[in-house]
Design a protein around this ligand. Sequence first.
Ligand code: ZN
Length: 209
Amino acid sequence: MDYVNIHTHKQGEGIYVLDISLGGNAAAGKLCSLGIHPMFVEQGVEIECLEEKAAAREIQAVGESGFDRNSGTDMEVQQRLFEKQVEISEKYTLPLIIHCVRAFPELIAVYKEKRPRQPWIIHGYDNNSDILARLLRHGFYISVGKKLVLPHSNIRQLLPLIPLEQLFIETDDSDLRIDTLYEEVAKLRGVSLDMLKERIYENFKKVFG
Ligand SMILES: [Zn+2]
């Protein structure tokens, strides 16, 4: 059973979704995601170009996109761009990979308004338990990664609250190995590595078909 790395900016082994939003190219036979990162709106891809690539099936997911309150781009502009990306995700039936920093109420408001049919995956979740509960209730997938290895991170404490059916694991831009993160999750959850790999692979199949 392969490891699944749901969000990474680096080429790797096994199954991984390579995010090319901050550079790099889609490659045939590889899973790629492309979106407008809220921290780098100016440098990012144009929405028309994103739609062309989605229509041509050059990408297999939209994102990372979403909200970041630390961004120099206005929240209203971020919201407009995010909504367009939600529309592309829905129109071309591509899952959405979400970057969200200090803007979960805004994100959930868009979710409620758009009522998307595509899976929404929150990458690098490290917020509090109330927000986590709301996200889980709405059926979001939660992807955990580099924060997990920090002893005092929120996600390290909250991991047991995430049902395995809604969990993904990612390396993002870190140098951590995906197998190391799986081992950490298995340990914190008290499940075997094999079982964890199986369950995450099931989630992957459900989301990516
Ligand atoms: Zn990333």
